[in-house]
Ligand binder design. Structure first.
Ligand SMILES: Nc1ncnc2c1ncn2[C@@H]1O[C@H](COP(=O)(O)OP(=O)(O)OP(=O)(O)O)[C@@H](O)[C@H]1O
Ligand SMILES: [Mg+2]
Length: 501
């Protein structure tokens, strides 16, 4: 009994000594190049976090830094002699002490090397002061709050959207909601036109202001929202989502008819000839043309039901493609989710992307927003129509920028987007990503973002994100997206079935 308590008191001495030493680890930072720094700090009351901001004070010279990584570090401090208990022998033991160790980057202040500068978390006003000083000449979009500097807005540089942007996060992480925040802010603060591919009808109420929206923001947004035009299959008149067969490029028409240029060469040639002609393509024209291959083509159209697509608009004037180039329309929402079949959705996506590409010489800046991009332009298309949409996306990703065609793609699965589309993205908005494989993939593609920040995405809550690239010119930032101004369209399925009885 007595022996046990003697060991117990030795253990207490050991723990107290270790605690005192660990608590006395000074928060000190060193930089040999004046830009990157390493630091150590006590684990007791540790406030420095990856993605957060810190002030480094080197005897009067103050710098602002961003912490990029923080890790647990253990090192041998020496040998400790524990006092003898109850006449027993003294005990000598190794003392390992634990501390935080990390890396960071200087974002503001002198670029001279320094050694043993005191480091502490920056206050909100210190971050704000830097941010205001660094703000460039372009419109700044307030996307929300910096996650590790509460009260400080997270600003995105609007001009950075003249690059391709990739938004990624697992299902439910808040991609569509946050995409809405970005689009609302772009609508309000800039003149950039946009075309939104909306496979889940999430943006059909983009022009409707929420009752609980911030009044000042809502007033400004209302003005911009007048330029939003939603094209849905179920709408009447002008806003019915519709196409004319003659406007659809031959490649997409052939894909809709599952025509292979080699295996079905006669029908393919007949289609190409007919499409090049003046007359609109009708089944009657085909069957009465007297040409056997044209008659076969007519039969194919009938059998595949392509003539019965709800998206065709025989006898109606205009189509959704007109809106793409109508300068009075600020934002075209293409409600793909309203179309009755996957084929019609793919055909419409292919036709719209094809039209934007075909008219690229107009150099009319437009943000092409594709939610659920892994369905609209998949890396491995399951059918010929999706393959046409994917080809256009790849072409626009590679060459669109110089014509003013900028992509903003959102997906849950980065691997399901063609790699040559992803690799063209200069901006990243990363939300929660639980899959290690997805995070590793994002890390490989977005090598300009510190891996330690990408790793943090596993801990994000809904609405939290990492933003990096030209839209975040001051450094990658961790943010919490702000509240939507406009209504969300396709709401989650209600859980009224789980209401308490
Ligand atoms: N910042 C936020 N504030 C309040 N609600 C949010 C926020 N972000 C997301 N939500 C809500 O959480 C739900 C899921 O968000 P959202 O639909 O944006 O996820 P998602 O990442 O697009 O998912 P999926 O990949 O399945 O489409 C929605 O009901 C949305 O309203
Ligand atoms: Mg979504």
């Amino acid at each position: 009994m007595g022996g046990k308590s003697a060991v117990g008191s030795q253990l207490d001495t050991f723990r107290e000594t270790r605690r005192d030493i660990e608590a006395s680890v000074l928060p000190l930072a060193t930089s040999v190049d004046g830009r990157r720094f390493s630091f150590q700090a006590s684990l007791h009351g540790l406030e420095l976090q990856a993605g957060g901001y810190a002030v480094l004070d080197d005897g009067g010279t103050r710098r602002l830094g961003q912490v990029l990584s923080v890790e647990l570090h253990q090192q041998l401090a020496g040998e400790l002699t524990l006092p003898s208990a109850a006449g027993g022998p003294e005990t000598r033991t190794e003392l390992q002490i634990r501390a935080a160790q990390g890396e960071g980057i200087i974002v503001d202040g002198s670029s001279a090397p320094f050694h043993d500068a005191l480091i502490r978390p920056a206050t909100g006003s210190e971050v704000l002061e830097w941010q205001q000083r660094e703000t460039g000449p372009h419109a700044q979009l307030i996307l929300g709050e910096l996650a590790l500097a509460p009260g400080v807005p997270c600003l995105a540089d609007a001009a950075g959207f003249n690059r391709h942007t990739f938004l990624c996060g697992q299902s439910g992480s808040g991609k569509t909601y946050s995409l809405g925040v970005i689009l609302e802010r772009l609508l309000t603060e800039t003149d950039l036109r946009m075309v939104i591919f909306d496979p889940n009808s999430d943006f059909t109420r983009l022009s409707e202001v929420r009752a609980d929206a911030d009044p000042a923001l809502a007033a400004r947004f209302r003005e911009a929202a007048r330029g939003v035009a939603v094209y849905s299959a179920g709408a009447q008149g002008e806003r019915r989502l519709r196409l004319h067969a003659v406007e659809v490029e031959p490649a997409a028409q052939a894909a809709a008819l599952r025509l292979d240029p080699i295996a079905d060469r006669e029908e393919y040639a007949a289609l190409a000839g007919l499409l090049a002609g003046q007359d609109p393509l009708t089944i009657e024209a085909l069957t009465t043309s007297g040409l056997p291959e044209a008659a076969r083509l007519g039969l194919r159209i009938k059998n595949l039901g392509v003539d019965r697509y709800s998206v065709w608009a025989p006898g109606e004037s205009g189509s959704v493609l007109d809106a793409l180039h109508d300068q009075s329309v600020r934002c075209v929402v293409i409600d793909l989710g309203s179309l009755p079949s996957r084929e019609e959705q793919s055909l419409t996506a292919a036709a719209v992307l094809g039209d934007l590409w075909r008219r690229r010489q107009e150099r009319d800046p437009v943000l092409i927003v594709i939610d659920e991009a892994h369905n609209v332009c998949p890396a491995e298309p399951q059918d010929a129509l999706s393959a046409v949409a994917t080809e256009h996306a790849i072409r626009i990703a590679a060459e669109g920028r110089k014509f003013g065609l900028y992509l903003l793609l959102s997906t849950q699965r980065p691997q399901k987007i063609p790699e040559n589309v992803l690799s063209q993205a200069d901006n990243l908005v990363l939300m929660r990503l639980n899959s290690l494989a997805d995070a590793a993939f994002a890390q490989a593609v977005f090598s300009f973002v510190p891996p330690s920040l990408i790793e943090r995405s596993a801990t994000f809550r809904q609405g939290e994100a990492l933003i990096a690239g030209k839209i975040s010119p001051r450094q990658p930032a961790l943010l919490r997206f702000g509240a939507r101004i406009s209504q969300e369209g396709g709401a989650d399925v209600p859980v009224t079935w789980a209401a308490p009885r």
